[in-house]
Write a protein that binds this ligand. Structure first.
Ligand SMILES: Nc1ncnc2c1ncn2[C@@H]1O[C@H](COP(=O)(O)OP(=O)(O)O)[C@@H](O)[C@H]1O
Ligand SMILES: [Mg+2]
Length: 267
């Protein structure tokens, strides 16, 4: 049996409260999650339940309070160098042009044909003629495309995405989702995709994992998305199987979203 690309084993993350240093808050408790090589897994859950926390643990940016992470069967120590990340907020360097942003990671690695590879990836995300623009000269969708090129140019074996398209308008978002699926289909990397949008999770994924509301969030449901590929994210939403899966997952998620919402009101 091949090892999972990413394996979270009994992950618990407890934070010291920012307001009151005597208070502790356990965001996620005893989370197990395996992602096979080439598998596209989405994690959904209410706001504040610990989705980004889990992604940061997978990225090696946050050491869990207990539990362990394995990457292709090896214990993760420090930053996960097999993974590329795409975060919700823009992570482009404003003082660098699009092409210079895309090639930055390769330059740091001392890759000789960094510029040529960066140009290739800018073209792949539809920004062939825009390499010399600065981030402020690009639309939100174009900045996301640049971030995507910046992540993919490094050819990571695992791709970690934290609500990458949530700030985009729905049309741009669906275009980007379809493009990500096309790029993924070519290279079949393991993807951990975080979203609070159930439609997006179902449309994109092989498997959807539902996290409970915090404190002590953990997976409470897991659904295999047996809808054939290739998929068009806009069209697939109209199919009977999609609607059926949506109902089944929402049955589990609804109560957690309400709990999360009540907690926010109480806080
Ligand atoms: N560094 C931190 N210090 C204290 N609390 C934190 C820290 N990071 C996250 N939390 C808390 O942990 C919970 C989960 O946060 P997060 O993973 O960002 O949720 P999500 O991404 O699901 O919206 C939240 O209640 C948040 O306030
Ligand atoms: Mg988050």
């Amino acid at each position: 049996m091949t090892a999972p690309a990413l394996s979270l084993q009994g992950i618990t993350c407890t934070f010291v409260s920012r307001e009151d240093k005597t208070q502790r808050y356990t965001a996620v408790r005893d989370v197990h999650l395996d992602i096979a090589p080439g598998e596209f897994v989405s994690v959904v859950g209410p706001t504040g339940c610990g989705k980004s926390t889990l992604l940061n643990v997978a990225a090696g940016l946050l050491a869990p309070s207990s539990g362990r992470v394995e990457v292709f069967g090896q214990p993760l120590v420090g930053i996960n160098t097999r993974a590329g990340y795409m975060f919700q907020a823009d992570s482009l360097m404003p003082w660098r042009t699009a092409i210079d942003n895309v090639m930055a990671g390769l330059q740091f690695r001392g890759v000789p044909d960094a510029r040529a590879q960066a140009e290739h990836w800018l073209k792949r995300v539809g920004l062939g003629g825009f390499g010399d623009r600065y981030p402020h000269q690009l639309s939100g969708g174009m900045r996301k495309r640049t971030s995507l090129a910046q992540t993919l140019v490094l050819d990571p074996d695992i791709i970690l995405m934290d609500e990458p398209f949530s700030a985009l308008d729905i049309q741009t978002r669906q275009l980007m989702e379809n493009e990500v699926l096309q790029l993924w289909a070519e290279k079949k990397k393991a993807v951990l995709f975080i979203t609070h949008d159930l439609d997006e999770a179902i449309a994109m994924s092989d498997r959807v994992v539902v996290l409970s509301a915090g404190p002590g969030s953990r997976p409470i449901g897991e659904f295999t998305i047996d809808i054939e590929r290739p998929r068009d994210v806009a069209e697939v939403r109209m199919t009977p199987r999609f609607i059926e899966l949506h109902q089944a997952i929402w049955d589990v998620l609804r109560e957690e979203v309400l709990k999360g919402y009540r907690q926010q009101l109480a806080a």
